[in-house]
Design a protein around this ligand. Structure first.
Ligand code: NAD
Length: 503
């Protein structure tokens, strides 16, 4: 039987995506359209406008007008707080519908909806969290250094017009991590979803309109990176680019920001290690956790997945046996089937890329323990790759150094703690790491020695209030928490003498 998701598309009423500019929905835009094909079936789910530079101009102008008008940027704290909480609740009320739309966008299975970090529930919590900063982050009054008595005060002001550019893999959380702090701070936003997960974002924006956000404060341009993404990052009237995606595009954004010295925040890729010590509380559980993160749900298309397992030789065989067992338990197919655990790769380009890395792993001498194949039969039309584990990988090998963004785990043996830390840090990336040890002193010692943004000790969770981001080439800045809110503000200093004496 051939797999089809068209009945779900019709039930959800998807077909045509629209631009959202100045409070108006427009299915035409100025240019061509993008046809979205489902990654599991290659069926056409719908189409949406490929925004042109003129569409981007209109969206940025609307955002600027709204910002200058002050309907949101100067709105009272209580008004912003109430709207953001109202919106968080609307997201929760529509969680099931949104998870279904996501399954049509990127084929993340409904069974994955219960995983907190990528769920609508987490996105709603991010809006609640940032609503909390609106009336809590202020300025300071500083004691004078010189002259007569005077006030030196600081104010946090909204940064202006923000271009928020999203990847396709976790549209709920990543949308929230940008839009929530930007709106909480009083900015206007022009949002560009990924062309591979547009419908989920459009539905979330409809709900934002329903929550009562004034027109022009948030605008959406749909389409490709080359066309509408480039027009956004090179636009002279954008104050900040907030980007989540690949390192290559991150570099391009830094280059393009130079012209007008835009503020830039970047959440990029990773090659995050899991360090499994002989005193891990449960080696089987550690192996299942690591392999689960690299195969379940997003099939390894997750920035922070531990795609390098550094395993002590004393527990190496035990780890590999458990890892292989976990890989064999992963199921594929219709994302609407509750028994399906993992997605296909997002598109054919990514499929070819991942298969290329698997070939590279083999040719560079790593031992293929399991997987390494494209799935066929009923799944032949989709971009499915079996969970793949390579053992005895040299840490300098391509598959241990480059972000593959697929269900491929590289297992590297080590002999002692110093070697484990050295191997873990021997990468250009620095997004996350996992440390598996029952020795609390070792776990903290190693966590402090790792050059990464987030460490999970015997487990990992993304939380709305905990800063998340990368060291080294994994990014610039943090999302989540107070510093994320502040990154959407400018700091202004105002001086005032308290007498006519010269300062
Ligand atoms: P991508 O870089 O290909 O695309 C991301 C977005 O950038 C898309 O909206 C795309 O249309 C747009 N884009 C592409 N070229 C552009 C250009 N020249 N100018 C402006 N915009 C452009 O990434 P992807 O395939 O969507 O996502 C996968 C990548 O995202 C991986 O590297 C992954 O590690 C990273 N990621 C990072 C995090 C994090 O929080 N650090 C989270 C999720 C994904």
């Amino acid at each position: 039987m051939t797999l089809s998701v068209l009945a779900h598309r019709d039930e959800l009423g998807l077909r045509t995506g629209r631009l959202y500019i100045d409070g108006q929905w427009d299915a035409a835009g100025g240019g061509a359209t993008w046809e979205h094909r489902h990654p599991a079936t290659a069926e056409v789910i719908g189409e949406f406008p490929r925004a042109t530079a003129a569409d981007v101009d209109a969206a940025v102008a609307a955002a600027r007008r709204a910002f200058e008008a002050g309907t949101w940027s100067r709105a009272r704290a209580g008004e912003r707080i109430r709207l953001l909480h109202r919106y968080a609740q609307l997201l929760r009320d529509h969680a099931e519908e949104l998870h279904r739309i996501q399954a049509l966008d990127n084929s993340v299975p409904l069974s994955f909806g219960g995983i907190y970090a990528t769920s609508v529930g987490a996105a709603a919590d991010v809006f609640d969290h940032h609503a909390g900063w609106v009336d809590k982050v202020g300025g300071q009054t500083l004691p004078p250094y010189q002259g007569g008595d005077h006030l030196a005060m600081t104010f946090r002001e909204p940064l202006g017009v923000v271009a928020a550019i999203l990847p396709w893999n976790a549209p709920f959380l990543l949308y929230a991590q940008k839009v929530a702090p930007a709106l909480a701070a009083g900015c206007s936003v022009v949002l560009k979803p990924s062309e591979f997960a547009t419908f989920s974002v459009l539905r979330m924006v409809e709900l934002l309109e329903e929550a009562g956000l004034p027109p022009g404060v948030l605008n959406v341009v749909t389409g490709t990176g080359e066309e509408c993404g480039e027009a956004l990052i090179t636009h002279g009237d954008v104050d900040k680019v907030s980007f989540t995606g690949s390192r290559g595009v991150g570099r391009r954004i830094v280059e393009a920001s130079a012209g007008t010295l835009k503020r830039v925040s970047l959440e990029l890729g990773g090659k995050s290690p899991a360090l499994v010590f002989p005193d891990a509380p449960d080696v089987t559980l550690a192996a299942s956790t690591v392999v689960g993160a690299v195969t379940m749900g997003l099939s390894g298309q997750a920035c922070v997945a531990n795609t390098r397992a550094l395993v002590h030789r004393d527990v190496y065989d035990e780890f590999l046996t458990a890892a292989e067992a976990m890989a064999s338990a992963i199921t594929f197919g219709d994302p609407f089937d509750p028994g399906v655990l993992a997605s296909p790769l997002i598109n054919e380009r990514q499929l070819e890329r991942v298969l290329g890395y698997i070939d590279k792993g083999k040719s560079e001498g790593a031992r293929l323990v399991t997987g390494g194949e494209r799935l066929d039969g009923e799944l032949a039309a989709g971009n499915f790759v079996s969970p793949t584990i390579f053992a005895d990988v040299d840490n300098s090998a391509t598959i241990a150094q480059e972000e593959i963004f697929g269900p491929v785990l590289a297992v590297v043996p080590f002999d002692d703690e110093d070697e484990a830390v050295r191997l873990a840090n021997d990468t250009e990336y620095g997004l996350g790491a996992g440390v598996f040890s029952a020795d609390a002193q070792r776990a903290f010692r190693v966590s402090r020695a790792l050059r990464v943004g987030t460490v999970g000790i015997n487990g990992f969770q993304i939380e709305p209030h905990a800063p998340f981001g990368g060291f080294k080439q994994s990014g610039l800045g943090r999302e989540g928490g107070q510093s994320a809110f502040e990154a959407y503000t400018e700091l202004k200093t105002v001086m005032m003498p308290l007498s006519d004496e010269m300062m």
